[in-house]
Design a protein. Sequence first.
Length: 168
Amino acid sequence: MIELLRQYYLDEKGISGPAFTAAILSLLLAVLLLLRHSAHPVAKGMGTGLIGVGVLLFVIAFTARTFNQRKLDELGSRTSVPELELQQSEVTRMEKVMNVTFRYAFVSFAAIMLAAMVWILLTNSAYWRGIAIAVMILAALATIGDSFNAYRNARYLDAVRAFTPPEP
């Protein structure tokens, strides 16, 4: 069971790689928009918004990497816990993650996307439309990332449920 937990936290820590990549790409696109097309208000707004997106993605990536490394470091202290108890606690925790966390995340991302669309339609400022487009990009990236994460976590939950502790 400890090996399943270790692999789970390694996979969760691995999220930081794509998040760092998306952050760098977001910042590069922001710089390109601001340096090459800042005369156009939509491009200037997108560039400004993408700077915020890039910074937020860096924070998410750093947090995921740090938090999951700490969880990996703490696994050694859990070796004394009976495997059946670990399994039961993981099933309970992951069912909550699958049924609550992901559901609310997807609802939140949809609400952010809808708010950004309304923002684009209701504002007269091209600059603020550009920022709203950047917010939509963030919501789309978050939805894509969480979709992959939900799939991976569902496979992990199946593996935990299927785990049979060795006989003592």
